[in-house]
Write a protein that binds this ligand. Structure first.
Ligand code: ATP
Length: 352
Protein backbone atom coordinates (compact mmCIF):
# COMPACT_ATOMS: atom_id res chain seq x y z
CA UNK A 1 0.00 0.00 0.00
CA UNK A 2 1.24 3.48 -0.82
CA UNK A 3 1.87 5.86 2.12
CA UNK A 4 -0.43 8.88 2.51
CA UNK A 5 -0.32 11.04 -0.62
CA UNK A 6 0.17 14.28 1.25
CA UNK A 7 3.40 16.13 1.93
CA UNK A 8 4.30 18.62 4.64
CA UNK A 9 6.51 21.42 3.35
CA UNK A 10 8.96 23.15 5.70
CA UNK A 11 11.17 25.51 3.70
CA UNK A 12 12.97 26.59 6.88
CA UNK A 13 15.83 29.09 6.87
CA UNK A 14 18.22 30.82 4.49
CA UNK A 15 18.44 29.20 1.09
CA UNK A 16 15.80 26.66 2.20
CA UNK A 17 13.33 29.45 1.43
CA UNK A 18 14.64 29.50 -2.15
CA UNK A 19 15.41 25.91 -3.07
CA UNK A 20 12.16 24.44 -1.69
CA UNK A 21 9.78 26.67 -3.68
CA UNK A 22 12.07 26.12 -6.67
CA UNK A 23 11.87 22.32 -6.35
CA UNK A 24 8.11 22.53 -5.83
CA UNK A 25 7.84 24.14 -9.27
CA UNK A 26 9.21 20.86 -10.58
CA UNK A 27 6.55 18.98 -8.60
CA UNK A 28 3.89 21.30 -10.08
CA UNK A 29 5.18 20.37 -13.50
CA UNK A 30 5.08 16.63 -12.77
CA UNK A 31 1.57 17.02 -11.34
CA UNK A 32 0.38 18.81 -14.47
CA UNK A 33 1.89 16.10 -16.63
CA UNK A 34 1.10 12.96 -14.65
CA UNK A 35 -1.62 13.99 -12.17
CA UNK A 36 -0.44 12.05 -9.12
CA UNK A 37 -2.76 14.12 -6.91
CA UNK A 38 -0.23 14.70 -4.14
CA UNK A 39 -1.59 17.23 -1.64
CA UNK A 40 0.66 19.74 0.11
CA UNK A 41 0.49 21.68 3.33
CA UNK A 42 3.02 24.39 4.07
CA UNK A 43 4.23 24.86 7.65
CA UNK A 44 5.64 28.10 8.97
CA UNK A 45 8.53 26.69 11.02
CA UNK A 46 12.12 27.81 11.29
CA UNK A 47 14.14 30.67 12.72
CA UNK A 48 11.66 33.44 11.81
CA UNK A 49 8.84 31.68 13.59
CA UNK A 50 11.03 30.92 16.59
CA UNK A 51 12.15 34.54 16.87
CA UNK A 52 8.56 35.72 16.47
CA UNK A 53 6.78 33.55 19.04
CA UNK A 54 9.23 31.01 20.50
CA UNK A 55 7.73 28.03 18.62
CA UNK A 56 10.18 25.39 17.43
CA UNK A 57 8.15 22.23 16.83
CA UNK A 58 4.60 22.00 18.23
CA UNK A 59 4.12 18.58 19.86
CA UNK A 60 0.73 17.99 18.22
CA UNK A 61 2.30 18.48 14.81
CA UNK A 62 4.32 15.27 15.17
CA UNK A 63 1.05 13.40 15.62
CA UNK A 64 -0.39 15.03 12.51
CA UNK A 65 2.74 14.21 10.51
CA UNK A 66 2.47 10.59 11.64
CA UNK A 67 -1.25 10.24 10.94
CA UNK A 68 -1.90 12.37 7.87
CA UNK A 69 1.28 12.67 5.83
CA UNK A 70 3.41 10.41 3.67
CA UNK A 71 6.45 12.67 3.65
CA UNK A 72 7.97 15.91 4.88
CA UNK A 73 9.99 18.06 2.48
CA UNK A 74 12.48 20.19 4.40
CA UNK A 75 14.75 22.92 3.03
CA UNK A 76 17.36 23.89 5.60
CA UNK A 77 17.54 24.99 9.21
CA UNK A 78 20.10 27.34 10.70
CA UNK A 79 20.20 31.07 11.26
CA UNK A 80 23.00 33.19 12.72
CA UNK A 81 20.42 34.97 14.90
CA UNK A 82 19.57 31.72 16.70
CA UNK A 83 22.93 30.85 18.21
CA UNK A 84 21.66 27.82 20.14
CA UNK A 85 20.16 26.35 16.96
CA UNK A 86 17.38 25.08 19.23
CA UNK A 87 14.74 25.28 16.49
CA UNK A 88 16.83 23.12 14.15
CA UNK A 89 17.42 20.54 16.86
CA UNK A 90 13.73 20.38 17.78
CA UNK A 91 12.52 20.13 14.19
CA UNK A 92 15.13 17.86 12.65
CA UNK A 93 16.33 15.72 15.55
CA UNK A 94 12.77 15.79 16.95
CA UNK A 95 11.42 14.32 13.72
CA UNK A 96 14.19 11.74 13.49
CA UNK A 97 13.63 10.47 17.00
CA UNK A 98 9.87 10.93 17.45
CA UNK A 99 8.94 9.62 14.01
CA UNK A 100 11.54 6.87 14.41
CA UNK A 101 13.21 7.69 11.08
CA UNK A 102 15.91 5.10 11.56
CA UNK A 103 17.40 5.14 8.07
CA UNK A 104 19.40 8.13 6.95
CA UNK A 105 19.65 7.29 3.28
CA UNK A 106 22.38 9.13 1.42
CA UNK A 107 23.08 8.32 -2.23
CA UNK A 108 26.62 9.08 -3.36
CA UNK A 109 26.27 9.16 -7.12
CA UNK A 110 28.56 10.98 -9.47
CA UNK A 111 26.46 12.31 -12.32
CA UNK A 112 29.15 14.17 -14.24
CA UNK A 113 32.91 13.47 -14.02
CA UNK A 114 33.80 17.15 -14.36
CA UNK A 115 32.56 17.78 -10.83
CA UNK A 116 34.51 14.96 -9.21
CA UNK A 117 37.67 15.96 -7.32
CA UNK A 118 39.10 12.47 -7.80
CA UNK A 119 41.27 11.76 -10.82
CA UNK A 120 39.91 9.58 -13.65
CA UNK A 121 36.62 8.69 -11.96
CA UNK A 122 33.34 8.57 -13.85
CA UNK A 123 29.66 7.92 -13.06
CA UNK A 124 30.19 4.15 -13.15
CA UNK A 125 32.89 4.38 -10.48
CA UNK A 126 30.92 6.32 -7.89
CA UNK A 127 27.46 4.92 -7.28
CA UNK A 128 27.01 4.09 -3.61
CA UNK A 129 24.04 4.00 -1.26
CA UNK A 130 24.84 4.74 2.38
CA UNK A 131 22.56 3.52 5.17
CA UNK A 132 23.40 5.59 8.23
CA UNK A 133 21.73 4.60 11.49
CA UNK A 134 19.72 7.65 12.47
CA UNK A 135 18.21 7.15 15.94
CA UNK A 136 20.95 5.78 18.19
CA UNK A 137 24.71 5.88 18.49
CA UNK A 138 26.33 8.99 19.88
CA UNK A 139 23.44 11.29 18.97
CA UNK A 140 20.96 10.45 21.71
CA UNK A 141 22.33 12.93 24.24
CA UNK A 142 22.81 10.21 26.84
CA UNK A 143 25.57 11.18 29.24
CA UNK A 144 26.31 13.99 31.55
CA UNK A 145 28.73 16.48 32.99
CA UNK A 146 30.14 16.29 36.48
CA UNK A 147 32.00 19.09 38.28
CA UNK A 148 31.33 21.35 35.28
CA UNK A 149 33.61 24.36 34.85
CA UNK A 150 36.09 23.07 37.38
CA UNK A 151 39.55 21.61 36.70
CA UNK A 152 38.10 18.22 37.68
CA UNK A 153 35.28 18.30 35.12
CA UNK A 154 34.16 14.96 33.71
CA UNK A 155 32.02 14.77 30.55
CA UNK A 156 30.50 11.52 29.36
CA UNK A 157 28.82 10.98 25.98
CA UNK A 158 27.40 7.47 25.80
CA UNK A 159 27.02 5.56 22.54
CA UNK A 160 23.76 3.64 22.39
CA UNK A 161 23.64 0.49 20.28
CA UNK A 162 20.58 -1.71 20.61
CA UNK A 163 20.15 -5.09 19.01
CA UNK A 164 16.88 -3.92 17.47
CA UNK A 165 18.36 -0.69 16.14
CA UNK A 166 21.49 -2.28 14.72
CA UNK A 167 19.62 -5.16 13.17
CA UNK A 168 16.98 -3.07 11.42
CA UNK A 169 19.47 -0.73 9.74
CA UNK A 170 21.66 -3.64 8.61
CA UNK A 171 18.60 -5.48 7.35
CA UNK A 172 17.44 -2.37 5.46
CA UNK A 173 20.82 -2.25 3.69
CA UNK A 174 20.59 -5.91 2.67
CA UNK A 175 16.98 -5.54 1.58
CA UNK A 176 17.99 -2.62 -0.63
CA UNK A 177 20.94 -4.56 -2.07
CA UNK A 178 18.70 -7.56 -2.68
CA UNK A 179 15.97 -5.53 -4.40
CA UNK A 180 18.44 -3.68 -6.66
CA UNK A 181 20.64 -6.63 -7.56
CA UNK A 182 23.68 -5.22 -5.75
CA UNK A 183 26.48 -7.66 -5.15
CA UNK A 184 27.91 -6.49 -1.84
CA UNK A 185 27.22 -4.68 1.42
CA UNK A 186 30.04 -3.10 3.42
CA UNK A 187 29.57 -2.63 7.18
CA UNK A 188 31.85 -0.12 8.82
CA UNK A 189 32.59 0.26 12.52
CA UNK A 190 35.52 0.63 14.88
CA UNK A 191 35.21 -2.69 16.64
CA UNK A 192 38.96 -2.95 17.17
CA UNK A 193 38.73 -0.02 19.61
CA UNK A 194 35.08 0.06 20.64
CA UNK A 195 34.76 -3.46 21.91
CA UNK A 196 31.25 -3.56 23.30
CA UNK A 197 28.88 -1.64 21.05
CA UNK A 198 30.68 -2.42 17.84
CA UNK A 199 31.00 -6.08 18.71
CA UNK A 200 27.20 -6.02 18.61
CA UNK A 201 27.45 -4.60 15.08
CA UNK A 202 29.87 -7.37 14.10
CA UNK A 203 27.69 -10.20 15.38
CA UNK A 204 24.48 -8.74 13.99
CA UNK A 205 26.05 -8.10 10.59
CA UNK A 206 27.20 -11.72 10.32
CA UNK A 207 23.79 -13.05 11.32
CA UNK A 208 21.79 -10.85 8.94
CA UNK A 209 24.27 -11.40 6.09
CA UNK A 210 23.76 -15.16 6.41
CA UNK A 211 20.16 -14.64 5.30
CA UNK A 212 21.37 -13.14 2.00
CA UNK A 213 23.96 -15.67 0.77
CA UNK A 214 23.99 -14.17 -2.75
CA UNK A 215 25.25 -10.81 -1.42
CA UNK A 216 28.89 -10.51 -0.38
CA UNK A 217 29.23 -8.99 3.10
CA UNK A 218 32.48 -7.24 3.91
CA UNK A 219 33.72 -5.16 6.79
CA UNK A 220 36.05 -2.16 7.02
CA UNK A 221 37.08 -0.14 10.03
CA UNK A 222 35.84 3.39 9.50
CA UNK A 223 39.33 4.85 9.14
CA UNK A 224 40.05 2.37 6.34
CA UNK A 225 36.67 3.16 4.76
CA UNK A 226 37.60 6.86 4.61
CA UNK A 227 40.80 6.00 2.75
CA UNK A 228 39.15 3.52 0.43
CA UNK A 229 36.36 5.89 -0.55
CA UNK A 230 38.99 8.25 -1.90
CA UNK A 231 41.35 5.61 -3.31
CA UNK A 232 38.86 3.21 -4.83
CA UNK A 233 35.19 4.28 -4.57
CA UNK A 234 34.21 1.67 -7.18
CA UNK A 235 34.67 -1.00 -4.47
CA UNK A 236 31.41 0.09 -2.85
CA UNK A 237 27.76 -0.44 -3.72
CA UNK A 238 26.02 -0.32 -0.34
CA UNK A 239 27.52 0.87 2.96
CA UNK A 240 25.87 0.51 6.37
CA UNK A 241 27.25 2.23 9.44
CA UNK A 242 26.37 3.95 12.68
CA UNK A 243 25.13 7.49 13.26
CA UNK A 244 28.44 9.31 13.81
CA UNK A 245 30.49 7.49 11.19
CA UNK A 246 27.66 7.83 8.69
CA UNK A 247 27.50 11.56 9.29
CA UNK A 248 31.19 11.98 8.50
CA UNK A 249 31.49 9.47 5.66
CA UNK A 250 28.51 10.89 3.78
CA UNK A 251 30.02 14.38 3.82
CA UNK A 252 33.12 12.89 2.24
CA UNK A 253 30.73 11.24 -0.19
CA UNK A 254 29.02 14.56 -0.98
CA UNK A 255 32.36 15.95 -2.14
CA UNK A 256 33.31 13.02 -4.36
CA UNK A 257 29.88 13.13 -6.00
CA UNK A 258 30.35 16.75 -7.01
CA UNK A 259 29.78 18.95 -3.98
CA UNK A 260 27.20 19.79 -1.38
CA UNK A 261 24.89 21.47 -3.90
CA UNK A 262 24.19 18.02 -5.37
CA UNK A 263 23.80 15.89 -2.24
CA UNK A 264 20.31 14.65 -1.35
CA UNK A 265 19.08 12.71 1.64
CA UNK A 266 16.14 10.89 3.18
CA UNK A 267 15.32 10.23 6.83
CA UNK A 268 13.19 7.17 6.39
CA UNK A 269 10.98 4.70 8.19
CA UNK A 270 9.78 2.38 5.42
CA UNK A 271 6.03 2.56 4.94
CA UNK A 272 5.62 5.52 7.30
CA UNK A 273 5.96 9.29 7.11
CA UNK A 274 9.57 10.12 6.23
CA UNK A 275 11.57 13.31 5.83
CA UNK A 276 13.56 14.36 2.77
CA UNK A 277 16.04 17.25 2.62
CA UNK A 278 19.07 18.48 0.72
CA UNK A 279 22.27 17.83 2.66
CA UNK A 280 23.44 21.44 2.52
CA UNK A 281 22.58 23.89 5.27
CA UNK A 282 20.94 27.29 5.14
CA UNK A 283 24.06 28.97 3.66
CA UNK A 284 23.40 32.43 5.12
CA UNK A 285 26.29 33.84 3.06
CA UNK A 286 24.37 33.43 -0.20
CA UNK A 287 20.76 33.49 1.04
CA UNK A 288 18.35 35.91 -0.61
CA UNK A 289 20.45 36.39 -3.74
CA UNK A 290 18.73 33.87 -5.98
CA UNK A 291 21.98 32.01 -6.64
CA UNK A 292 21.53 28.87 -4.50
CA UNK A 293 21.87 25.61 -6.35
CA UNK A 294 18.43 23.91 -6.26
CA UNK A 295 19.59 20.55 -7.65
CA UNK A 296 20.12 18.87 -4.26
CA UNK A 297 16.55 19.87 -3.39
CA UNK A 298 15.33 18.47 -6.74
CA UNK A 299 17.12 15.17 -6.07
CA UNK A 300 15.68 15.08 -2.53
CA UNK A 301 12.23 15.64 -4.01
CA UNK A 302 12.96 12.66 -6.28
CA UNK A 303 13.71 10.48 -3.24
CA UNK A 304 10.49 11.72 -1.65
CA UNK A 305 8.50 10.77 -4.74
CA UNK A 306 10.07 7.33 -4.71
CA UNK A 307 9.00 6.96 -1.07
CA UNK A 308 5.43 7.91 -2.04
CA UNK A 309 5.46 5.20 -4.69
CA UNK A 310 6.73 6.97 -7.81
CA UNK A 311 10.24 5.59 -8.52
CA UNK A 312 9.83 6.52 -12.19
CA UNK A 313 9.69 10.23 -11.30
CA UNK A 314 12.82 9.86 -9.16
CA UNK A 315 14.58 8.40 -12.19
CA UNK A 316 13.43 11.21 -14.47
CA UNK A 317 14.58 13.85 -11.96
CA UNK A 318 18.02 12.22 -11.76
CA UNK A 319 18.17 12.29 -15.56
CA UNK A 320 17.14 15.94 -15.56
CA UNK A 321 19.88 16.86 -13.08
CA UNK A 322 22.47 14.91 -15.09
CA UNK A 323 21.30 16.81 -18.18
CA UNK A 324 21.71 20.18 -16.43
CA UNK A 325 25.23 19.25 -15.35
CA UNK A 326 26.20 18.01 -18.80
CA UNK A 327 24.99 21.20 -20.46
CA UNK A 328 26.27 23.54 -17.76
CA UNK A 329 22.79 24.69 -16.81
CA UNK A 330 24.13 25.22 -13.31
CA UNK A 331 24.72 27.83 -10.65
CA UNK A 332 27.94 29.70 -10.02
CA UNK A 333 29.49 27.41 -7.45
CA UNK A 334 29.52 24.71 -10.16
CA UNK A 335 31.04 27.08 -12.69
CA UNK A 336 27.78 28.07 -14.37
CA UNK A 337 26.04 31.39 -14.80
CA UNK A 338 22.44 30.57 -13.93
CA UNK A 339 20.40 31.59 -10.93
CA UNK A 340 18.17 29.24 -8.92
CA UNK A 341 15.05 29.80 -11.04
CA UNK A 342 16.85 29.45 -14.35
CA UNK A 343 18.25 26.07 -13.29
CA UNK A 344 14.70 24.95 -12.47
CA UNK A 345 13.55 26.21 -15.89
CA UNK A 346 16.21 23.94 -17.42
CA UNK A 347 15.04 20.97 -15.34
CA UNK A 348 11.44 21.54 -16.42
CA UNK A 349 12.41 22.01 -20.06
CA UNK A 350 14.21 18.65 -19.95
CA UNK A 351 11.21 16.94 -18.39
CA UNK A 352 9.18 18.23 -21.33
P1 ATP B 1 24.16 25.82 8.26
O1 ATP B 1 24.59 26.47 9.53
O2 ATP B 1 22.69 25.97 8.03
O3 ATP B 1 24.60 24.39 8.14
P2 ATP B 1 26.36 26.66 6.64
O4 ATP B 1 26.56 27.83 5.77
O5 ATP B 1 27.24 26.52 7.81
O6 ATP B 1 24.82 26.62 7.06
P3 ATP B 1 26.07 25.02 4.39
O7 ATP B 1 24.81 25.75 4.14
O8 ATP B 1 26.01 23.57 4.24
O9 ATP B 1 26.59 25.34 5.82
O10 ATP B 1 27.07 25.60 3.35
C1 ATP B 1 28.44 25.75 3.37
C2 ATP B 1 28.79 26.65 2.18
O11 ATP B 1 28.51 25.95 0.98
C3 ATP B 1 27.93 27.89 2.18
O12 ATP B 1 28.65 28.93 2.74
C4 ATP B 1 27.59 28.12 0.72
O13 ATP B 1 28.43 29.09 0.16
C5 ATP B 1 27.83 26.79 0.04
N1 ATP B 1 26.55 26.18 -0.32
C6 ATP B 1 25.81 25.32 0.43
N2 ATP B 1 24.71 24.96 -0.20
C7 ATP B 1 24.71 25.58 -1.38
C8 ATP B 1 23.81 25.60 -2.50
N3 ATP B 1 22.67 24.89 -2.52
N4 ATP B 1 24.14 26.36 -3.56
C9 ATP B 1 25.28 27.07 -3.56
N5 ATP B 1 26.16 27.09 -2.56
C10 ATP B 1 25.90 26.35 -1.47
Amino acid sequence: MRPHQKIAVIAGDGIGQEVVPAALRVLDHLEAKHGMGIEREVFDLGAERYLRDGTTMPAELMDRFRDEFGAIFLGALGDPRVKSNVHAKDILLGSRFQLDLFINLRPIKLLDPRYCPLKDKGPDDIDIMVFRENTEGLYTGVGGQFKRDTPDEVAIEAEINTRKGVERIIRAAFEYADARGKKSVCMSDKSNAMRHGHDLWQRTFKEVAAEYPHIEPFHLYVDVLAMELVRCPERFEVIVTNNLFGDIITDLGAQIQGGIGLAASGNIHPGQVSLFEPVHGSAPDIAGQGIANPLAAVLSLGMLLEHLGYPEHHESLKDAVAHCLEHQHVTRELGGELGTDAVIDAVIAFLG
